[in-house]
Design a protein around this ligand. Sequence first.
Ligand SMILES: Nc1ncnc2c1ncn2[C@@H]1O[C@H](COP(=O)(O)OP(=O)(O)OP(=O)(O)O)[C@@H](O)[C@H]1O
Ligand SMILES: [Mg+2]
Length: 600
Amino acid sequence: MKSKEANEKKSFSWKGFKQLLNLLRFVLPKKYAFIGGLIALSVSSMTTLAFPMLLGDLINQANPEASLQHINKIALILLAVFAVNAVFAYLRIYWFELVTQNMLAGLRQTTYNHLIRLPMNFFSAHRVGELNSRISADISILQETFTFTIAQFIRQLITIVGGVVLLSFISIKLTLFMLAFVPLVAIGARFFGKHIRSLSKRTQGQVAQTNIIVEETLQGISNVKAYANESFENQRYTQSTNEVIDVAIKGSKARALFISLIIFSLFSTIVGVIWFGVYLVNKGEGINAGDLFKFILYTVFIGASISGMADLYSQVQKAIGATESLMELLDEAPEFNDQEAEGSQTKLKGNIRFEHIGFSYPGRTDVTVLKDIDFEIKAGQKVALVGASGAGKTTLSSLLFRFYDPVHGRLLFDGADARQIHQQVLRRQMALVPQEVMLFGGSITENIAYGKPGATMEEIKEAARAANALSFIEAFPEGFQTTVGERGIQLSGGQRQRVAIARAILRDPAILVLDEATSALDNNSEAQVQQALNALMQNRTSIIIAHRLTTVIDADLIVVLENGVIAEMGTHDELMADSEGVYHKLSTRLQKNTEENTEL
Ligand SMILES: Nc1ncnc2c1ncn2[C@@H]1O[C@H](COP(=O)(O)OP(=O)(O)OP(=O)(O)O)[C@@H](O)[C@H]1O
Ligand SMILES: [Mg+2]
């Protein structure tokens, strides 16, 4: 960790800078507004530059020989210049905001789209709060950079270049005197830039930590309350947010030091220049009072711009640092690419073969979760997976969905290696009723329709009926439009499961995976759901992870898992024949579960 940080500090972040420039591609959809904004900005900066020149000329008219007409003319030109300035200032602000808002939305859309396409493994290693922070807080930092920094940068560049050119007409000597200051700024910028960058990255990392706390405690709010841990969580959050302050303040100290040093040097230079200018006027070296006035105003303008540039530089460093993690996230390889999915047409019949499969989770490679799993499921068969908690049942079903690929051996669908079939093509023909049903916060209709986007109300109702969910849905005052609350919290566990079953029914998949789908139902509704499931399981391959004897008894094949290996395999009768077998002992407990309606 330490060496990584040291590394970060050493190298000037060209990569980060390039990545930041890379973001300009999000400007493309609004390129005309961007160009318009740049032009408006240039015009308004140039009109500002005309100001000292005209004002100096006006002051030069302060002598008895000047004609009133000429004075009026200069004053009118000055007014016209300000009017033009005002119009272009308006256009600049409007156009840049248009560009920035579109860019931010584009960046958020791209990030989100990328995020949901990352492999399961990525989500085991990252927490939701952190990812949420990347998409909201990190991207907000870019907003500042793009609306403000780019505009200011260009304006100041014009002021400096234009100002120096105009100044050199008045006095080359003075101009060179002033420019001697520039290398100093460059050295300072290089020195402070890297600190600012790494501290900014740390600040954003800490912001992400605080978001994790909010996300997790709000999601598990009933746990927080049940354990009366409000003050504990509050303390945790307070500590975490206070740490944000610490790191952020460290970062601004570096920035403040940098900027104040620059401001001090600048004012010293300005004083020096004025001092030298006054000396030249007094000596009568072709400079009059009006010229000196111009000179001083330009020097102040240029000085302000150079110190502004330094501030912008630190701003950009901050943005690079803050968005480095975001960029890393965008660099992660997605699970699949969409074009491929559109192209492939594999139609599943439902034959599945596990061929000597061995598996361990990518995040925990030293623990073997599945070992030499070898069995076959024929299209249309019903297979039950049974075994103690932690035996690897859910893991096996994850392999079917290609959430993960096996480490050893192969998974075959209709004889073809699963790796050759695009994940989305595969998943579109499968349905999963998971162990922990998670609904989306919308209505019941929306949640069932998730199985088949665009389904008609008739189809949704039919699916609900088949899942034995119709009666409880229609008992709600709002029926199908009832909102289920965050993650389905306003429904009971059994109701949630039946909504999930309806969703799977609507999907009409070739392969159905049920992870103990009936565990949260009472005996009466279980029998009803069982009926619906039996109908659903007709004509398709079904894999049921079962904790009850009733679900297992008529399976074509029962696979008994024990610590990640297949202990026994066969039909209920075959397995019961061995009175010493694992299944024989297990079946007593499965039977008991059915009677007592408790989980294994
Ligand atoms: N994402 C993961 N990363 C690392 N290890 C995991 C992950 N998910 C599960 N495991 C481990 O894999 C093993 C098998 O877990 P699995 O969820 O497949 O069990 P299960 O048979 O479904 O159990 P249960 O009946 O309790 O649902 C367990 O030891 C578990 O700790
Ligand atoms: Mg499980």
